[in-house]
Design a protein around this ligand. Structure first.
Ligand code: 13P
Ligand code: SF4
Length: 307
């Protein structure tokens, strides 16, 4: 039996579902039951009837699945698959900031790329796919604190016209794209359109014809009236786009150092580790129940508000 067959057999034996983010390596995407962005993955995690959720993505995504599925076993292939955005906002720092600014009575909106402990301190969660919708539903009389991604926050402010105070976190992968690196590839493909993730810097977003979540990139590329499209996000996205948009020339946005950008956390997951986590039902995501309950409320509010 080869590795893929072994994984599929174990999946059946365990009554498991395999959910994979768009940044996972191609081999993992190809055998997943569902591949998508953070929002689609959260909805699928909520809807599944499987007993085990194998989350091929990073830790905060698997933790989100656990928060909304306390009765299920949630495993991820590599427990060290973290996220620089999550690291840029420790819960203790946010708690101290909110305490120091208590008179402001902030309405706190957290991008889903954060820990469960941060989610528990927030009013509502958003993803890049629904951030505009969520911010538009925030109570108009309260000041907003948006954590942890300052780039996504600035983009949402421009889209909604709503002022927000921004936590100064960032995604180290999307910071690697620069105005010069994108201008160079645009010069090589003068007819190309550019689609970029909102975690990119303002200077890079200004060069894009469309700024959107990874899932929305599929529709943009499919419907684009040109063949050449420069995709400014993590490299795994290209695998999904090439499958779903045949006939398009999908070009990875380069960084100053590389022809494309890899997220070192997303790429920790491998087929071998996926097989092992199904076989051992480990590493598991576990959460203390009172924390889980506090983190669940803003997540459920998000799922409700983004319908
Ligand atoms: P999406 O929600 O757009 O898939 O983005 C998640 C992410 O981690 C981007 O770096
Ligand atoms: Fe986090 Fe950036 Fe990796 Fe996404 S690409 S998981 S935001 S480090």
């Amino acid at each position: 039996m080869d590795l893929t067959e072994e994984i599929l057999a174990l999946k059946q034996a365990r009554n498991a579902v395999i959910l994979a983010h768009n940044y996972q390596m191609g081999e993992i995407q190809d055998l997943a039951d569902y591949v998508g962005d953070s929002l689609g993955l959260a909805y699928h995690a909520k809807a599944t009837t499987a007993e085990v959720i194998v989350f091929c993505g990073v830790h905060f995504m698997a933790e989100t699945a656990k928060i909304i599925n306390p009765g299920k076993i949630v495993v991820l292939p590599d427990a060290d698959a973290g996220c620089s955005l999550e690291q840029s906002c420790p819960a203790a720092d946010l708690e101290a900031y909110l305490k120091a600014n208590a008179p402001k009575n902030y309405y706190v909106i957290a991008y889903i790329n954060c820990s469960g402990a941060v989610k528990a301190l927030c009013d509502v969660i958003c993803t890049s796919g629904n951030a505009v919708k969520i911010v538009n539903q925030a109570p108009p009389e309260r000041p907003i604190l948006f954590v942890p991604d300052a780039n996504l926050g600035a983009w949402v402010m421009a889209q909604t016209g709503r002022q927000m105070d921004l936590w100064q976190g960032s995604c180290y992968v999307h910071l690697e794209f620069t105005r010069d690196s994108i201008n160079r590839i645009k010069a090589e493909y003068p007819q190309a359109l550019v689609v970029a993730h909102p975690e990119c810097t303002h200077a890079v977003r200004l060069l894009a014809d469309e700024v959107c979540s990874t899932e929305k990139m599929i529709g943009f590329c499919r419907n684009a009236p040109v063949r050449d499209i420069i995709v400014v996000t993590e490299s795994g996205m290209l695998h999904r786009l090439r499958k779903e948009c045949p006939g398009k020339n999908l070009i990875a946005g380069p960084t100053e150092r590389c022809a494309c950008a890899d997220c070192r956390y997303m790429k920790l997951n491998t087929l071998q580790k996926l097989r092992d986590c199904l076989a051992n039902l480990a590493p598991r995501v576990e959460m203390e129940e009172s924390l889980r309950v506090r983190a669940e409320a803003p997540l459920l509010r998000m799922l409700e508000q983004s319908r």
